[in-house]
Design a protein around this ligand. Structure first.
Ligand SMILES: NC(=O)c1ccc[n+]([C@@H]2O[C@H](COP(=O)([O-])OP(=O)(O)OC[C@H]3O[C@@H](n4cnc5c(N)ncnc54)[C@H](OP(=O)(O)O)[C@@H]3O)[C@@H](O)[C@H]2O)c1
Length: 293
């Protein structure tokens, strides 16, 4: 069984490759030159010269602020490319997993978002990811769209790594305390994608949109507090953390104030129950901090 994995060098993609897979599974993870998702002709030629039994699309334009000044590139990678992949999946009757984002919501709801809640992205990144979801659905492929959030891992670019790096030599940091979400381990997302693929192969009716995030929620400030509590326990520097508002930290892209995701549906349909974000973050820190201290 041959799986096409896009975004294999990213946080989720690299975790997927480090999971253990059955012997009969081969993961083909071309880099962003061999499989440039901004170039439909390159993608099509690659697909035409290979034979795949499943697709996992972790490749994405993830620079939320930069997307505001590069809307065409964001749409090519996050919208046109998943559409092309999903059309291939539909034509070849193979399952496809597509990863999407909490930023499809506007954040005005006070409770966690369910899968069928009204979408309303606030920026180009969210708009392009939403358009990608719609393209995948329109293809009629056997596809599962997994919306996740606040992705963290010991590799790549993420908030946890930025905190540990900045905190090493600062006395104080100012962190946004009025945006709430679910910190989520890239490893746990990868495990979920692996389980979903197995379920899709066993049941060709399995498809739809699902939320997966680690359990519990917090603000960026709350997440930073937890990170530095652990850093201090391991003997590292823990700066003072000033809680600030979003308006005190202006960014090119507007972000939802509440992007908490409800996960009851994935638990109900696939018996996938996320562990707490605290446990997930502790696992990531134990790898990342040990490497640095
Ligand atoms: N990061 C988050 O906090 C977050 C939150 C919610 C949802 N998500 C979603 O979760 C998924 C995985 O995110 P992640 O954090 O693992 O992403 P990431 O670490 O930023 O990795 C993105 C991946 O996409 C690849 N890519 C970028 N441009 C490409 C192109 N033109 N052609 C082919 N590949 C390209 C990158 O390859 P190169 O390294 O070669 O550029 C990289 O492998 C994405 O769908 C993202 O939208 C992420």
């Amino acid at each position: 069984m041959r799986i096409l994995l896009t975004g294999g060098s990213g946080q989720v993609g690299s975790c997927l490759q480090s999971l253990s897979w059955p012997d009969h599974v081969t993961i083909d993870a071309p880099d962003s030159t061999a499989f440039n998702m901004a170039d439909a002709a390159v993608m099509q030629a690659y697909l035409d010269s290979n034979d795949f039994d499943a697709i996992i699309n972790c490749g994405a334009y993830t620079a939320v602020d930069k997307a505001e000044s590069e809307p065409e590139l964001a749409h090519a990678i996050n919208d046109a490319a998943p559409g092309l992949l999903a059309n291939y999946a539909a034509q070849h009757d193979i399952p496809m997993l597509h990863v999407s984002t909490d930023y499809v919501f506007d954040g005005r709801k006070t409770a966690p978002y369910a899968e069928d809640d009204r979408v309303g992205p606030l920026g180009i990144y969210g708009q392009s990811k939403l358009a990608g979801e719609e393209a995948v659905r329109a293809s009629n492929a056997q596809a599962i769209i997994v919306r996740t959030a606040w992705v963290l891992s010991p590799h790549g670019h993420n908030f946890l790594k930025t905190m540990v790096r900045l905190g090493a030599d600062r006395d104080a940091l100012s962190i946004v305390a009025d945006q709430y979400g679910n910190p989520t381990s890239a490893h746990d997302i990868a495990q979920t994608l692996q389980s979903l693929l197995r379920a899709m192969q066993a049941n060709r009716q399995a498809r739809g949109t699902y939320h997966f995030v680690n359990a519990g929620d917090t603000s960026w400030h709350g997440l930073a507090e937890h990170i530095f509590k652990r850093v201090a326990e391991k003997g590292g520097n823990a700066p003072a953390l000033n809680a600030i508002t979003t308006s005190e930290y202006p960014t090119p892209a507007q972000r939802p104030a509440n992007s908490r995701l409800a996960t009851a549906k994935i638990t109900r349909d696939f018996a996938i129950t996320p562990r707490s974000w605290h446990a997930a973050v502790d696992d990531i820190l134990s790898v990342y901090i040990e490497d640095r201290l």
